[in-house]
Design a protein. Sequence first.
Length: 266
Amino acid sequence: MADLVQRGELGAFLRARREATDPAAAGFRSGPRRRSPGLRREELAQLAGLSVTWYTWLEQGRDISVSRQVVESLARALRLSGPQRTHLFTLAALVPPPAGPGPVQVDPLLERLVRELSPRPAYVTNPWWDLLAYNDAYAELLGGLDRRAADERNILWITFTESRGPGLFVDWPGEARSLAGQLRVALARYPDDPRGPELLESLLDASDVFRALWDERSVSGFASARKELRHPRLGRVDLEQLRLADARDEKLSLMVFLPAGKDESG
């Protein structure tokens, strides 16, 4: 029953998007002889490189298998937006492809939230650990963020190329190994984003330590963890790091630091 409902939803979604597609924008004449809005089934099938019969069965919700290539072709022909494309893959029981390349824009409301989280340090980052937005409390932890070039306002760059990196973290080797492993995972997940290879090349050129860790080929996932810092002005600072995902953009994460609770193990 669940499969039947899913196939029905897939067919209904395709029909709705087909009827909402302007024939003229797709290269077809939209004259008075058209009895229905949008593209005809045969027109969409032609654009997607499918047979009319097979596409009709798909729209009717019949039990036929759908490949990634077919879904990609339909998404292109219908000029689906990012969320619509993801929804089409989901209805076809396929894993949606990752977001494509391009600069990530931080929503102004998210930037405001980061500022208003002070005095809790907070920042917004992407899969490459670029600092896209941050508040004064976080800037004080790292120091000199505003004086850096945009491509050097990056957690990996600061960790591996500046002397304050090893001096700031109590467990700097663990921090460094985790970041290198997370970068490897991000490169595999977003192979079309040019920022990843660009960052990797600059780190390999700039840091012997990073090159050694990279050669280990380890992988890491992010996990909320206690961060123990030795700050030159604030002294010992123990924080708990929390990661929150942006519901509208999977490439953005909000990082918030809270005062660490007392260690109950002692």
